[in-house]
Design a protein around this ligand. Structure first.
Ligand SMILES: [Zn+2]
Length: 426
C-alpha cells in the first residue's frame, strides 16, 4: 500500500509518460500479486506431477510383482516339463524293452510251433502204424493174441504206455499253446498301456510347453508395460525438473525487474527536469546477428520465417521457426533468467528463459541449437548470445524453434502465444 503511494508520487513527478529507459512502472502490488498467482499455479502443477510420479512408481512396482509371479509360474512349468521329459524317456525305454520282449516271444513261438509240428508228425506216424494194424481194434487183437497171462500183461502194459504217451504229447501241446497265448496277451497289453502313457505324456508336454509360451508372452508384455511406465516417468521427471528450475528462475527474474524498476525510478528522479533519452542500443548490422531492438524484445536469430505459429496439418505448432543455412547466433529475445539449459530428446539443445516484464511473467524457448553458451540459472540480457542455430533433437533442417509463453512453460503449452507483434521477427 505504502509502495503504491510512492509509485503514484513518482509517476506524478514525471507526468503520464511512464517510460523510463524502456522500463514501465506498474503498481507493484498488482504485478507481485499476479506473479504470486503464477508461482502458485506452478506449485500446484508440481505437486500434481509428484503424485503422477508416485502413481507411475506404484504401477512399476505392481508390474514388477506380476513379473515375479509369472517367473515363478514359469519355473514351476519348467520343472513339470523336465518331469514329463524324464517320464517320456522312461516310457520310451520301457516300450523299447517290451518290443524286444515281443520279438523274443515271436522267436519262442516259432520254436514252439516247430515243436508242435514235429510232435504232430510223430502222432501221425504212430496213428498210421496203428491204422495199418487196424487202429484201436487192433489193441484188442494185440491183447487177444496173447499166448499166456504174463504175455497178456506185457501186451496190456505196452498198449497203455503208448496211449498214455500220446495223451501226454497232446496235453503238452495244449499247455505250450496256452502259455504262449497268455504271454503274448500280457505283453500286448503292456505294450498298449505303455503306448497310451507315452501319448498322454507327449500330450502333457505339449500343453506345458504351450503354457510356458503363453507365460513368455505375458512376461514380455509386462516388461513392455514396465518400460513404458519408466518412459512416462522420465518425461514426468523431465517436466518436474523443468518446472522446479522455472520456479526459481521466475523468482530471480522478478527480483531483477524490481531492481531495474528501482534503478529506473532513481534515474527518473535524477532526470526529472531534463528530457529523457531512450538510449537505444543501435548495434551494427551483421549477417549472423540481428540488430538489438529497442523496447523489451529483440529478434532471437537472423534468417527467414520458415513456419508460423498455429495449426500445421493435424498438429499444433506452438512457436515460430526461423531458418538460416549459415552458422548464426541465437540471442535472448529479452532480459531474463535461464531456467534450463539442457539436451532434450525432442527439443535437442534447448534453453528456457524466464522473463518478468511489467510484472507479467513470460517464458521463451530456444530449441534445436548446435551448441548452448549459457547454463541454467544464468542471467541474460536482451540480445545476448545464448547459442548457435542447429538441427538437434526432433528437427529436420537447421532452424530455431522459438516459443513465447505468456506465463510459465507448461507441458500442454497452454500459455503459448503467437510472438508476431510482440517479438521482432524476420
Ligand atoms: Zn518449430
Amino acid at each position: 500500500m505504502k509502495k503504491s503511494v510512492i509509485t503514484i508520487a513518482v509517476a506524478a513527478t514525471v507526468g503520464l509518460g511512464t517510460i523510463f529507459g524502456g522500463v514501465s512502472i506498474k503498481t507493484e502490488a498488482e504485478s507481485i500479486s499476479s506473479l504470486k498467482g503464477e508461482q502458485n499455479k506452478i506449485h500446484d502443477k508440481r505437486s500434481s506431477i509428484k503424485s503422477d510420479i508416485n502413481q507411475a512408481n506404484d504401477k512399476i512396482n505392481t508390474l514388477k510383482d506380476q513379473q515375479i509371479d509369472v517367473k515363478s509360474e514359469m519355473k514351476r512349468l519348467d520343472f513339470a516339463i523336465e518331469d514329463t521329459i524324464t517320464k517320456i524317456d522312461d516310457k520310451s525305454e520301457k516300450i523299447k524293452e517290451t518290443k524286444a520282449e515281443v520279438a523274443k516271444l515271436q522267436a519262442e513261438t516259432k520254436v514252439i510251433i516247430e515243436r508242435i509240428k514235429k510232435r504232430n508228425v510223430l502222432l501221425k506216424e504212430r496213428a498210421r502204424t496203428y491204422q495199418e494194424n487196424g487202429g484201436m481194434v487192433n489193441y484188442l487183437d494185440v491183447l487177444m493174441g496173447s499166448t499166456s497171462f504174463s504175455d497178456f500183461i506185457d501186451r496190456a502194459n505196452a498198449v497203455a504206455t503208448i496211449v498214455q504217451a500220446d495223451q501226454e504229447i497232446i496235453k503238452q501241446h495244449e499247455a505250450d499253446k496256452e502259455e504262449l497265448a497268455q504271454k503274448q496277451a500280457k505283453v500286448e497289453k503292456d505294450l498298449s498301456s505303455l503306448q497310451t502313457m507315452l501319448a498322454d505324456l507327449k500330450n502333457m508336454n505339449q500343453q506345458l510347453n504351450q503354457q510356458k509360451k503363453e507365460k513368455d508372452k505375458l512376461l514380455a508384455s509386462l516388461k513392455d508395460q514396465e518400460e513404458e511406465a519408466h518412459e512416462g516417468m522420465m518425461e514426468l521427471q523431465e517436466e518436474e525438473q523443468l518446472l522446479a528450475a522455472q520456479e526459481a528462475a521466475i523468482q530471480k527474474a522478478i527480483q531483477m525487474e524490481k531492481e531495474a524498476q528501482a534503478r529506473a525510478a532513481e534515474e527518473a528522479k535524477r532526470r526529472s527536469t531534463t528530457s529523457s533519452n531512450n538510449g537505444n542500443n543501435s548495434g551494427s548490422q551483421s549477417n549472423s546477428t540481428p540488430n538489438v531492438s529497442s523496447g523489451y524484445w529483440t529478434q532471437p536469430a537472423a534468417g527467414y520465417l520458415s513456419s508460423g505459429f498455429g495449426g500445421r496439418g493435424s498438429e499444433m505448432h506452438y512457436g515460430v521457426d526461423i531458418a538460416n543455412g549459415n552458422k548464426v547466433a541465437i540471442v535472448a529475445a529479452a532480459s531474463g533468467v535461464v531456467s534450463r539449459s539442457y539436451y532434450s530428446s525432442t527439443y535437442g539443445n534447448c534453453i528456457f528463459v524466464s522473463h518478468s516484464i511489467n510484472g507479467q511473467v513470460y517464458t521463451t524457448v530456444y530449441a534445436h541449437m548446435t551448441s548452448r553458451s549459457v547454463g541454467s540459472g544464468a542471467s541474460v540480457k536482451k540480445g545476448q548470445k545464448i547459442g548457435i542455430m542447429g538441427n538437434t533433437g526432433a528437427s529436420h533442417g537447421q532452424h530455431l524453434h522459438f516459443e513465447l509463453h505468456k506465463g510459465p512453460w507448461t507441458m500442454d503449452k497452454r500459455y503459448a502465444i503467437n510472438p508476431v507483434g510482440i517479438v521482432p521477427l524476420p
